[in-house]
Design a protein around this ligand. Structure first.
Ligand SMILES: Cc1cc2nc3c(=O)[nH]c(=O)nc-3n(C[C@H](O)[C@H](O)[C@H](O)COP(=O)(O)OP(=O)(O)OC[C@H]3O[C@@H](n4cnc5c(N)ncnc54)[C@H](O)[C@@H]3O)c2cc1C
Length: 343
């Protein structure tokens, strides 16, 4: 299958939201040596991992390259630290499992995030108080501007909350070939999320000394709250949690004391977008086949036969409602292809 280009290929199997859309060309990349040739086209190019953060609102008039580069390797640096390098086409959760099998600390809170390793730096994946940035050492990229392979230090990736230079000023410039993590043999659990701590306490593990215990708790919480993409098509959280200045956050919290909030960078507070959407009564509501997930208002799902315009209409209505009620402009978290902006 590698390097065989399919024409007018369906993208439905390549995105977890499973919207009906096609790519003018689609090719599976299994050997990094083939990459320069595949990038050498007049067509727009889109790199795709597991498609769990990409919604094809419309057809893609270019070449989709589906990354399937494989391989995981590790190197012990000292008594505490291990460098783990994983190719971009490895499954993220399988990588988490690989590290847990070796007793390594660092990405246990990120268990069960769908998708592949190469997309992890794109939006600096995060869950339960941990972000990739906490342990990313470097990223190997193919730079489309220079045609060269380079290793970028984590500090050069512009990582922030669901953000990086790869999806901002350098969108489309770099193809991620691998990521390298610095993990610990003797770590400290990050238990700042109340739902995770409660889950651990319920199982008698208030102070876990094994990353597998933490990951198991994360997985139980996620299974209760989030749709399994293999069963219910979705892209996870549809909107980012808004980050606002402390004074405005306090004003909203005074009006809505139940609004969950977390300290962010100095002077700013992160607010729960899911709570706001839920508060406005959106849970379970649909537009065509697009629906607000019944167990988590931040997640939109494809309840059957959803089209790109169903999703956009539902998203626009939610966004307008939140703007009116809370004065906050929500931003979509997934990459929306085939639709310029969520206005
Ligand atoms: C049920 C569910 C739960 C989720 N929970 C979380 C969560 O807790 N935290 C979180 O952060 N995310 C979460 N997500 C979102 C998603 O899983 C992550 O963003 C994941 O990293 C996406 O990986 P992917 O391979 O599927 O990316 P894709 O959707 O394939 O790609 C995402 C973006 O990265 C680009 N890209 C992919 N691979 C490469 C590459 N090798 N080089 C250059 N660009 C590339 C694509 O062009 C696209 O712009 C969830 C999604 C679902 C469906």
């Amino acid at each position: 299958m590698s390097n065989e280009i399919s024409i007018n290929a369906s993208l439905e199997p390549f995105s977890t939201f499973r919207l009906p859309a096609t790519a003018r060309e689609l090719v599976v990349l299994e050997d990094a040596a083939a990459l320069p040739g595949l990038l050498d086209t007049e067509l727009p190019v889109l790199l795709l991992g597991g498609g769990s953060n990409t919604l094809f609102i419309g057809d893609f008039p270019g070449r989709v390259i589906v990354n399937r580069l494989r391989g995981i390797d590790s190197e012990v640096i000292d008594r505490d630290r291990v460098l783990v390098t994983a190719a971009a086409g490895e499954d993220w959760h399988e990588l988490v499992r690989w590290t847990l099998d070796r007793g390594l600390w660092g990405i246990e809170n990120l268990a069960m995030i769908p998708g592949l390793v190469g997309a992890a730096p794109m939006q600096n994946i995060g869950a339960y108080g941990v972000e990739l940035a906490h342990c990313l050492e470097s990223v190997e990229v193919f730079d489309r501007h220079t045609g060269r392979i380079e290793r970028l230090a984590a500090s050069e990736c512009g990582l922030d909350y669901r953000h990086s230079r790869f999806k901002a000023e350098d969108a489309g410039r770099f193809v991620v070939l691998d990521i390298r993590l610095e993990l610990m043999m003797h770590g400290t659990p990050v238990l700042e999320y109340p739902s995770l701590l409660e889950e651990l306490e319920r199982h008698g593990h208030a102070q876990p000394d094994d990353p597998r215990t933490v990951a198991a708790a994360v997985m139980r919480v996620r299974k209760r709250k989030l749709p399994d993409p293999a069963v219910i098509p979705s892209a996870g959280s549809f909107f980012k949690n808004p980050v606002v200045d402390n004074a405005f956050a306090q004003h909203l919290i005074d009006r809505h004391p139940g609004l969950p909030n977390w300290p962010d960078k100095p002077g700013s507070t992160k607010l729960s977008a899911g709570w706001m959407i839920d508060h406005l009564g959106w849970r379970g509501k649909s537009v065509g086949g697009a629906r607000v997930f019944g167990r988590h208002a931040l997640v939109l799902i494809n309840a059957g036969g959803a089209t790109g315009s169903d999703v956009m209409k539902l998203a626009r209505e939610i966004k307008a409602g939140v703007q009116e009620a809370f004065g906050i402009e929500l931003e979509p978290e997934p990459v929306l292809i085939g639709n310029s902006l969520l206005h």
